[in-house]
Design a protein around this ligand. Structure first.
Ligand code: FES
Length: 291
């Protein structure tokens, strides 16, 4: 079943890709111009994507429209429809903030998801308008009931594709979700060192620590280290640049505090794993993940 649905979604690529790229350009420009608003809607303050939190409400509330119609409560159905549409608009706003920094297959799926949700929203608005004017205790017309059922089917299809964006393409999933938290000291191997064997100062340096890649920044005698893979979507922090006491990812400009990996600017909503570094007996350095 999933394979068939995936083929169906892939078949939309001829219109989804150019349409998504065009919408993304505008969306990205809007949210890039106001980072605090984007961070708020991404959920950096919560440490969790807000869109995922907000999407459950409209789906649950709009299902009640069908339930209230079936049990003959047209006024309650009308209120549920109104609240559901407002909740959908809120979820859409958060989704657009995430979409501004979404690439590749995730963007294609997110475009399809957003299009289905926009169609569902229009159907619900039309359905709500069709219900206006009737007596509050009169049952909803057959057309209105059928309309809300069709809208809910489109909404469910959009939710399915939205699930794909997260569970299949990994969008807004913490890139360090499965990383171990071992604190054993291991030898650190910087990709480059100065002529005297020291780590160059003032710019990010990539290093190996066992199977992990780190980014190192030397600050006097102190060496600050974070995992090199950006928690947002995997960008290489060692190719980013320093901004004060933070490092900015080269892909979507998330910023992490070098001292402890705390995310201070989105679109990432997750902190970055930070490492302690110390000189090793016999020369060189060793590092371990901060507790
Ligand atoms: S990969 Fe998106 S901000 Fe780093």
């Amino acid at each position: 079943m999933a394979r068939w649905l995936t083929r169906l979604m892939d078949a939309q690529r001829p219109w989804v890709k150019p349409f998504g790229d065009a919408v993304h350009r505008i969306d990205h420009a809007i949210f890039q111009a106001m980072p605090p608003v984007r961070d708020l809607l991404n959920g950096r303050w919560l440490g969790h994507p807000i869109h995922a939190v907000l999407t459950d409400a409209p789906i649950g509330i709009l299902f009640l429209v069908i339930v209230f119609d079936v049990v003959g409560q047209p006024a309650a159905a009308g209120w549920a429809l109104l609240v559901g549409v407002l909740a959908m608009a809120g979820a859409a706003l958060a989704g657009l903030a995430d979409y501004a920094d979404t690439d590749g297959l995730s963007r294609e799926r997110a475009t399809l998801h957003a299009t289905l949700m926009a169609v569902a929203l229009v159907l619900y608005v039309v359905d709500g308008v069709a219900r206006l004017g009737g007596a509050t205790d009169a049952p909803a017309s057959t057309a209105a009931v059928i309309g809300s059922v069709i809208a809910f089917l489109v909404l469910s299809a959009g939710a399915f594709v939205g699930g794909d964006v997260v569970y299949v393409t990994g969008n807004m999933v913490n890139r360090h979700a499965f990383r171990g938290t071992g604190t054993k000291w291991l030898a650190l191997e910087p990709a480059e060192t100065g002529a005297d064997g020291s780590i160059p100062e003032g710019r990010p340096i990539r290093a190996r620590l066992g199977s992990n890649s780190l980014v190192l920044v030397r600050n006097g005698d102190a060496i600050l280290a974070l995992h090199d893979t950006c928690a947002h979507a995997g960008g290489p922090l060692s190719e980013g640049h320093l901004v004060g006491d933070t490092i900015e990812c080269p892909w979507h400009a998330s910023r992490y505090r070098l001292a402890d990996g705390r995310v201070v600017q989105g679109p990432s909503v997750y902190d970055q794993p930070a490492y302690e570094v110390r000189p090793r007996d016999g020369g060189g350095w060793e590092a371990r993940r901060q507790a």
